[in-house]
Design a protein around this ligand. Sequence first.
Ligand code: UDX
Ligand code: UDX
Length: 452
Amino acid sequence: MKICCIGAGYVGGPTMAMIAHKSVDHTVTVVDLNKARIDAWNSESLPIFEPGLDTIVQASRGKNLFFSTDVEGSIRDADMIFISVNTPTKTYGSGSGRAADLRYIEKCARQIAEVSEGDTIVVEKSTLPVRTAESVKRILESNSKGRQFQILSNPEFLAEGTAVQDLEAPDRVLIGGSQCPEGLAAIQKLVDVYASWVPREKIITTNLWSSELSKLTANAFLAQRISSINAISALCEATGADVDEVAHAVGTDSRIGPKFLKSSVGFGGSCFQKDILNLVYLCEHFGLPDVATYWNSVIEMNDYQKHRFARRIVTTLFNTVSDKKIAVLGFAFKKDTNDTRESAAIYVCRDLIEELANIAVYDPKVTEAQMRRELSLATDDTQLTVCKDAYEATCDAHAVLLLTEWEEFKALDFERIYRDMHQPAFLFDGRNILDLNALREIGFEASGIGRG
Ligand code: UDX
Ligand code: UDX
């Protein structure tokens, strides 16, 4: 088959690279409007950082994997088209701040209707509100000129930082489609693509709406676990319990399980908040305000956690951070990615900048331009300094905040950091990855989320 993917982002790029790598019989072309992004995919320096991605891209690029800006040409030739454009939260009009902005999806559907030539399978890869396929179908059919379109939903469950691993050995692949004979045949074609490397029993097929809703539900459940443990972290701080010990004790119950119970300064990333807001909006739309309120509280708890962390820093630093240097280690929303979308670090830095602190940030993968954009700070704004390493960031600082769990932070020479800081030296571990007792022995006044 000729496969086209519209959108060369964090999802489209790695997913298509894996399909090309594993299903050598298919030719995969990833297209994007953004020329700089496509140029980067065609260069030695890929536009996104993911461990292991370089190797699989290099193995297939130019053979059966192509990156191009020729959107129309690639749509015209394709037997199967994945739509993997972004679906941000709407920032205007009705549903602003909650509903998903579907303008890019609609644009893609119109473009496919206009230029595709034969019968085509259109696969929704982007995360979408339930029943979006209905709108996509109507757009395609209103201009079908005798062509047959089948719409499938195939949400992506990869997590950033482990994308290659998740794509190579997924917990499951989910494919939803119409249950009519043509729909089932289209489902089978996509099943065959994945079956090149995914065991058949891990490929789940459902109707369209179940597939669309399962993605939102999976993300909502994952985020809910983090908000639940973060709520308990506040209680731990008040009572002297240790949230890591509580999470361990709770997570060993096989009905609960140990994953996604790590208390933190708050979840970030492009998906959790956006998808829950979307779920909340859908519940309201379908007349279920109590269900909407329930899921919205997951986001409220996350916001509470980010601001609570920043407030605690100010209180601990004798109620003022004005003109103090605060070192921030980590800006990405989690380790092993250069992605900063909705990173907790943004919110914590903003709160501290508002309190007139001077922020010195070090992150191994995030560029200065990216940080300034996220914090809406001009290039000459001196409230932010971006440092080349953790030692430069912490030198002369009053406090160190650890906001991303990069492995390299665990191996830092904290005795040196302590010596070079203002005394008393405070350390706030927003990810609970450091040994607080050892830090206290060095002399730090150290605290972690839910650990006093
Ligand atoms: C994806 C999914 O598509 C989103 O629904 C999911 O919830 C999160 O992950 P992601 O790959 O992270 O989005 O988005 P992004 O990295 O922004 O990539 C989207 C790409 O689509 C961009 O490169 C953008 O230039 C491109 N695009 C967008 C088009 O090529 N055409 C358009 O009309 C709109
Ligand atoms: C998530 C889903 O995991 C993935 O299945 C979906 O396809 C996209 O959204 P991602 O956002 O890339 O993936 O990362 P994830 O590992 O889920 O982490 C999200 C945020 O939660 C990060 O900020 C992370 O630090 C935080 N987190 C995660 C916690 O605070 N505690 C945990 O126990 C786990």
